[in-house]
Design a protein around this ligand. Structure first.
Ligand SMILES: CC(C)(COP(=O)(O)OP(=O)(O)OC[C@H]1O[C@@H](n2cnc3c(N)ncnc32)[C@H](O)[C@@H]1OP(=O)(O)O)[C@@H](O)C(=O)NCCC(=O)NCCS
Length: 181
């Protein structure tokens, strides 16, 4: 899958180092776990989990994003199944060198178009911590709209957890209207 500047592809077992490096930046992980993900966890849990989704849910999963010009790895975009078969969850994680270029919005729009246009879903959602303003801005720029705020209990909460979690969403009718505009 391609957009103007990005190419998405499936991850393979050979991508372990790319994922370890991405998750080793505490700024990237700030609103996720707050710390680097151990290499062993990526090798034994994260990457095998990603590979499994490709087989179990054709068209869905976590996809490596590369710059079309030069091929540099910039991070990943994902479409994950949810409890509702007509709804998919979009997400993204980019390395810091790739922030501030519009890549996150470009990739998210590409996956939303793919979800409605190819996968024929009815709704795309995205969620993050309420205090993750950069991520919320990506959601807004991608056409998702604020849907709800809720509070979760964590044993070891990240700073800002007290402000809650937010969900943004777009339904098929709104997506179609945006394409006609
Ligand atoms: C969330 C995240 C992807 C946002 O990245 P981002 O770079 O802020 O978002 P975009 O790629 O859409 O880029 C937008 C910025 O690029 C700028 N930009 C530069 N060139 C641009 C272009 N050609 N087109 C569009 N925007 C451009 C925009 O003005 C905007 O700048 P601003 O933030 O100063 O307003 C990134 O911070 C990240 O990976 N965080 C860690 C993981 C994470 O928290 N994920 C979400 C958890 S649910």
């Amino acid at each position: 899958m391609e957009s103007e500047r990005l190419r998405l592809r499936e991850f393979t077992p050979a991508d372990l180092d790319l994922l370890v490096e991405l998750d080793s930046d505490p700024e990237v992980m700030r609103f996720l776990t707050g710390k680097a993900t151990p290499r062993g966890e990526i090798a034994d849990v994260v990457l095998p989990g990603m590979l499994r989704v490709y087989g179990e849910h054709p068209g869905l999963g976590t996809f490596a994003a590369e710059e079309k010009s030069g091929g540099a790895f910039v991070g990943w975009f994902g479409l994950q199944p949810t409890a509702d078969p007509g709804t998919v969850d979009v997400g993204y994680r980019l390395n810091r060198a790739a922030w501030g270029k519009g890549y996150a919005t470009e990739g998210t729009r590409m996956l939303i178009d793919y979800a409605f246009g190819e996968l024929q879903v009815e709704r795309v959602v995205a969620d993050t911590m309420a205090v993750n303003h950069r991520s919320r801005a990506v959601m807004r720029r991608s056409g998702l709209r604020f849907a709800r705020l809720w509070h979760e209990h964590f044993e070891d909460p990240l700073p800002g957890t007290e402000f809650g979690e937010v969900e943004y969403a777009i339904d098929r009718r709104t997506w179609e209207a945006g394409r006609r505009a």
